[in-house]
Design a protein around this ligand. Structure first.
Ligand code: ASP
Length: 463
């Protein structure tokens, strides 16, 4: 069993957090490969080291002194090393880095990468693990993408030489050997790449929350956490606004079929959330996994009498949106009308030009703009082939006096999307949450699951 454990900035923000990590690593021998972010905030007023290093770069660029900033960063590292009694000469090493940074010896990317570098140095000693530099492992191709072949070979070599190790996240080496950064939050990506290269059984992403919540806690009090979620469900929920992992962090492990666990460094006993492709029905499952939504969509309604007999109108309308490079969210259709639903932000500068083009190129009988629409997605891998879910959902919204302006459900039946007025957004989410997720009826037993699986297989064979 091999686990990749990645710790985010808040998990490594103090000596106390370093100690928690030591406990977590020592409690499971499968945790052999550790990836760390740069030390982050201890509380909401604190600064992240990465942000301070970006700021130091800006100061250097404008020839303003950054001594205070680098002094603050150095101090944070030294405090952790002192409190843990580490022997790594952080004060001298950081001092040398500070001096050369000010002298203009380094690229901006190198300067920013030192957040992860020094954190990993200290973490390696804290755990008694070897340190491996990310420039020796994570290889960028000339096009800026990760060179997976080279990276995999370098990972193997690092394992042969060191066995287990601590690796700084967020950066790697360009083909010329210079430090290159991943996107912000890229420590998650490093962990996922490592998991794929090692062929890990589990990628653990340790943070300061106990997994994903089934609804936005700013809208619903104390929402339940999600025990298991599939990649497809996660994609739906994150697309609809639930804040989750760095999207690119999901791809390498998804491709390799490696489950990803979100765990809380401050509450390691909490089960967290497992993201995996397969859900074997060994325990009871929820019908609805989670709810997420976004405000401020715009629907452009196009009506033309006897449209149902004409061919090509929808295509011509969509071509106009494409011309303005506007991505389309939904296309609910009627007999002689259809609507194109887009994000308000995407059309804020071109909506009237789009409408003018539709008028001249399609000559509809009527065109109407409805704005301030919120879309709410109710997601559940166990919804397919389960009659009554949408009936209940619409019933709950109806009883709460919420008018539904639009409905969409794909044939995969993974989610039900309803459009409501922006003003009803929070109420609708809360009603759906309390009507479903928080109710006893959101549970399907293993026996029911097996039965429905058999039904599904029978039906599929019928095709
Ligand atoms: N330290 C980097 C950032 O703040 C990367 C990471 O935290 O994963 O974006």
């Amino acid at each position: 069993m091999i686990k990749i454990t990645k710790f985010g900035g808040s998990s490594v923000s103090s000596a106390g957090q370093f100690k928690k990590i030591k406990g977590i690593i020592e409690s499971d021998p499968a945790r052999q490969f550790v990836v760390v972010s740069a030390i982050g905030k201890r509380d909401s007023r604190d600064s992240k080291v990465t942000d301070l290093l970006y700021l130091a770069n800006a100061h250097l660029q404008y020839r303003v002194s950054c001594d205070d900033l680098l002094g603050t960063v150095g101090q944070r590292f030294c405090e952790i090393a002192r409190d843990l009694g580490l022997t790594y000469p952080i004060s001298q090493e950081f001092g040398r880095f500070h001096h050369r940074a000010v002298a203009g010896d380094y690229t901006p990317e190198f300067i920013v990468s030192r957040g992860e570098y020094f954190t990993a140095r200290l973490m390696a000693e804290n755990l008694g693990f070897p340190f491996v530099d990310a420039t020796e492992v994570i290889a960028f191709a000339p096009d800026g993408q990760i060179d997976m072949e080279k990276t995999a070979a370098q990972v193997q070599k690092a394992i042969e030489v060191h066995g287990r190790f601590v690796l700084p996240g967020f950066y790697g080496a360009a083909p010329d050997g210079e430090v290159r950064l991943l996107d912000r939050g890229g420590g998650d990506i490093t962990g996922a790449i490592l998991a794929q290269c090692v062929g890990a059984d589990l990628y653990e992403n340790w943070t300061d929350v106990s997994g994903f919540l089934s609804a936005d806690p700013r809208i619903v009090d104390n929402p339940k956490s999600i025990a298991r979620i599939t990649y497809a469900e996660l994609r739906e929920l994150s697309y609809m606004g639930a804040s989750v992992l760095h999207e690119e962090a999901i791809f390498p492990v998804k491709e390799a079929g490696i489950p990803l666990a979100i765990k809380n460094t401050n509450r390691p006993q909490d089960r967290g959330t497992i993201i995996s492709e397969f859900t074997d029905p060994t325990t009871d499952e929820p019908i609805i996994t989670g709810i997420a939504g976004k405000r401020d969509f715009v629907a452009v309604h196009i009506k033309q009498n006897h449209m149902s007999n004409k061919v090509g109108i929808v295509r011509r309308a969509l071509t106009i949106f494409e011309r303005y490079r506007v991505s389309i969210e939904h296309i609910p259709t009627g007999i002689d009308s259809f609507a194109v639903v887009v994000q308000g932000d995407d059309v804020k500068d071109c909506l009237y030009s789009i409408v003018a083009d539709i008028n001249t190129e399609i000559e509809p009988d009527e065109i109407e703009i409805v704005d301030h629409i919120a879309l709410i997605s109710t997601v559940g891998r166990n919804m397919p082939h389960r009659p009554g879910v949408s009936g209940r959902l619409f019933g709950e919204l109806g009883r709460a006096g919420i008018n539904i302006r639009m409905i969409a459900q794909g044939s995969e039946e993974l989610d039900i999307i309803v459009g409501v007025d922006d003003a009803d957004f929070e109420k609708a989410i809360s009603v759906i949450y309390h009507g479903f997720i928080d109710s006893d009826e959101n549970v399907i037993t293993v026996a029911e699951l097996e039965q429905s699986e058999q039904c599904r297989q029978k039906k599929n064979r019928g095709f």
